[in-house]
Ligand binder design. Structure first.
Ligand code: ZN
Ligand code: ZN
Length: 345
């Protein structure tokens, strides 16, 4: 089968590999019908994910059809259309029982697919702990509608869930890339009184204005002023930082009101500085990144009810045989790309 492979630092390549097989009684084999490319894939390519293993098939955002299951898999059957979770988790350890599945103590717990074990930019993928890692897609939900459930949308949902948002709040989201938009969609479900999104790319600003006209969009330089003008309490009640630069980290704590929740969703290339003397007395609550992707069933049900729609994020489609072109476009942000869908033919 074809599998897009991490060869070495800076190099991915479409290779011919053997089809994966069941290795454990809790595994499933899924025929991938649609996958996507995530910024984390680029992080592997550029060497900022030291745990990534050369030779593995990349890709951790995908949907497909169950082909085969191990003897201890009970919740999915061959023929089921499913979403695949970015995280591998056992469902039984201390962390899993508390919903902190990102820190599952299994040796392959957390983000393993497409990083430490073979992922889904391929024709088939082996999914460990299939009862945890797969969710059945409701009949009326299409593959495209479900494509982001296991990764970027799970991240947005988790970020909104832990941010303690109430209906009186002014919420600031920093970054309108794919994860920022998914975060926005999930924050909107909490119905806060004002949502401000901070973004510098003109294309992404246009995208937000076109699709979400009720949201205030602001460039980084004007962010603090706009937040102050739209808050009764000297800043945003909740800030979600989804951009991941030094500047956006600073904007996050500067725009937060005293006693605000600041949720860090972004992954940074470098350590960030917390200037505690400047922040003294602000009494901020920081929540740090690493999605606990265990809400996929609920997310699928919200999609089924028409409450979450990520279709506008899919701006381009390519077959697996042209994944190289898709990467070039995604990596260089060409042609207004937000997300690409990689089809099986
Ligand atoms: Zn990802
Ligand atoms: Zn676990």
């Amino acid at each position: 089968m074809l599998a897009y492979t991490y060869v070495e630092h800076g190099k991915f390549e479409l290779q011919e590999k053997v089809k994966p097989e069941i290795q454990n009684s809790r595994d499933a084999i899924v025929r991938v019908t649609l996958s996507s490319i995530c910024t984390s894939d680029l992080h592997i390519k550029h060497g900022s994910v030291p745990r990534a293993v050369p030779g593995i098939t990349v890709g951790h955002e995908m949907v497909g059809v169950v082909e085969e299951v191990g003897s201890d898999v009970t919740l999915v059957r061959p023929g089921d259309r499913v979403t695949v979770n970015v995280e591998t988790f056992c469902g039984e350890c201390f962390f899993c029982k508390r919903g902190y599945v990102n820190n599952c103590t299994d040796p392959n717990g957390g983000w393993a697919l497409g990083c430490r074990i073979d992922g889904g930019q391929a024709e088939y993928v082996r999914v460990p702990y299939a009862d945890q890692g797969l969710n059945r897609i409701p009949d009326i939900v299409s593959d495209e509608q479900a494509l982001f459930v296991g990764d970027v949308l799970a991240t947005g949902f988790w970020a909104a869930r832990i941010s303690e948002i109430s209906e009186d709040d002014t919420v600031l989201i920093i970054g309108a890339g794919p994860t920022g938009i998914c975060t926005l969609l999930c924050v909107m479900l909490k119905k806060p009184s004002c949502i401000i999104i901070c973004e510098k790319s003109p294309e992404r600003i246009r995208f937000v204005r076109e699709h979400y006209p009720d949201v205030l969009v602001v460039e980084p330089e004007k962010c603090k002023d706009v937040v102050l003008n739209n808050s009764n309490h000297r800043g945003a009640d909740v800030v979600l930082e989804v951009a991941g630069s030094e500047e956006t980290f600073r904007i996050a704590w500067e725009c937060a009101r005293p006693n605000a929740v600041v949720t860090i969703v972004a992954l940074y290339d470098n350590p960030q500085l917390l200037p505690l003397p400047d922040m003294y007395g602000k009494n901020l609550i920081f929540k740090t990144g690493g999605v606990d992707g265990c809400d996929c069933a609920e997310i699928l049900s919200l999609i089924e009810k028409g409450k979450i729609n990520t279709i506008p994020l899919i701006t381009h489609r390519f077959p697996l045989s042209e994944i190289e072109t898709a990467y070039r476009m995604f990596e260089n942000k060409l042609d207004g790309v937000i997300k690409v869908a990689i089809t099986d033919k």
